[in-house]
Design a protein around this ligand. Sequence first.
Ligand SMILES: O=C(O)C(=O)C[C@]1(C(=O)O)C=C[C@@H](O)C=C1
Length: 88
Amino acid sequence: MLSQQREKIDQLDQQIVALLEERMTVVTEVARIKAENQLAILDGQREEALLAKIRHYVKDDQYEESIVEVYQAMLLISKNYQRKTNGK
Ligand SMILES: O=C(O)C(=O)C[C@]1(C(=O)O)C=C[C@@H](O)C=C1
């Protein structure tokens, strides 16, 4: 009954995980640079600009809020990861 949809979801998840791993690799570099330069992990202006861009990228309005929520969660996780990796 749901097998076709779940197969598609599984394929998409594989792509999303690969992209998230790539993103985390860049975030790791950002964390290192911030630690070396004693910069704050939170950059509110960057987050605002990023979320505005995300809203712009979403083509179907009905998904906009949900996708923005995913990004808000991701930013939180990114900051927690950076704090952990920088030993804070
Ligand atoms: O761009 C940065 O300064 C980051 O630390 C990366 C990132 C992100 O995950 O996109 C995370 C935390 C900041 O508040 C803003 C953005």
